[in-house]
Design a protein around this ligand. Structure first.
Ligand code: AMP
Length: 115
């Protein structure tokens, strides 16, 4: 059951601040408040989906395509093309703590020499 008052819904509505790095009609991308990599970004769709299992089953295909394009655009905006990981924690057992679908983009810069 989706909770409209989850923290990412509030960020999308600009009710609480975030350090945004990219946004478009499909998604918002911002820095994780508690980074676990040198660069740690979250990308969230604007729609109300609890996790990737919900999103891939229930979001219309144009919404899904737009979301993944926004993920790619975030990677480009952060200049991470050749060095990043994506994680989608799904369910409490996997450590999901915010039940608005999101992907983590993480770069530990191990292979990167220019920052
Ligand atoms: P997950 O455990 O996959 O649900 O990830 C939720 C992530 O949201 C965690 O990495 C948190 O550090 C992050 N987080 C929680 N609140 C905020 C916030 N206000 N701004 C940015 N990131 C947040």
């Amino acid at each position: 059951m989706y909770d409209k008052n989850n923290v990412f819904a509030k960020i999308i509505r600009d009710e609480i601040p975030s350090r945004r790095v990219y946004e478009d009609e499909f998604a918002v991308a911002f820095y994780d408040i508690s980074p676990r990599a040198k660069t740690h970004i979250l990308v969230v769709p604007r729609g109300e989906y609890t996790d990737i299992y919900d999103f891939t089953a229930n979001a219309p295909s144009d919404i899904q395509t737009g979301f993944w394009r926004a993920v790619r655009n975030t990677v480009d905006a952060m200049n991470l093309r050749e060095n990043f990981r994506i994680v989608a924690n799904t369910g409490p057992g996997a450590g999901q703590s915010v039940f608005h679908f999101h992907v983590h983009i993480m770069c530990d810069e191990r292979f990167k020499s220019d920052f």
